[in-house]
Design a protein around this ligand. Sequence first.
Ligand code: BTN
Length: 254
Amino acid sequence: NPLLTTRELGRTLHCHATLASTNELAFRLAHEGAEHGEVVVAEQQTAGKGRRGRAWVSPPGLNLYFSAILRPELPPQHAPELTLVAAVALAEALREAGAEAAIKWPNDVQIDGRKVAGILTELSAEPERVHFVVLGIGVNLNARREHFPEELQETATSLALELGQPVPRAAFAAALWLRLEEWLARHQETGFGPVRQRWKELSCTLGQDVLVRTARLEFQGKAEDVDESGALLVRTSGGTLERVLAGDVEQLRP
Ligand code: BTN
């Protein structure tokens, strides 16, 4: 890709026509010693994985599906921050392309309330040390309505649908990877502070009335902030502040 200006990210590329999941191959390559910054890309995925055991619809030729192998110097408990780093880079790249992208906590990237991209981070670590992180990103670039299954028609979109014109894939990938490399470096050097700040600016969740679903419970409240570890702070109608580290939020329309 002659458009690529990164130093490390995507300099070694593993390109495949069809994979079950780029995350799966990246995990295996990392396990076998692949280096920081190596990226696996597929034209289509037959078993694309989403968060919480969901599938990621991955038709051929239209969209971007990739997984980056990262070897950050980071204590394992800080690894979840990388997902927010990626969300910030994604939202910025989509804005640079001309769309009004925003982040729905924790890391769905949306345009006009519809999901355009998703992030799935997988970690190999010991209690004291991160071996590697696989950062998997799917971006709906050129999918048209008919490419989305019935149940996603209302909730999913693509960048091309929003812009009203096709999106060149190599150029978008190059721009995204550069942003990603920059934000990863900033995170490595100065910690989560600046990422959290930028995440808040790009968020469409803060200030909203939300319905929160975690593994344990379901409740409503107002999303007030993200804390220094990326957890969402939600003020319930009873006035208590709940800290949500993992879960789903649904924006409630007024
Ligand atoms: C989500 O929002 O649920 C996360 C979706 C992540 C999809 C990407 S596509 C490339 C990489 N390979 C996978 O199997 N999943 C991620």
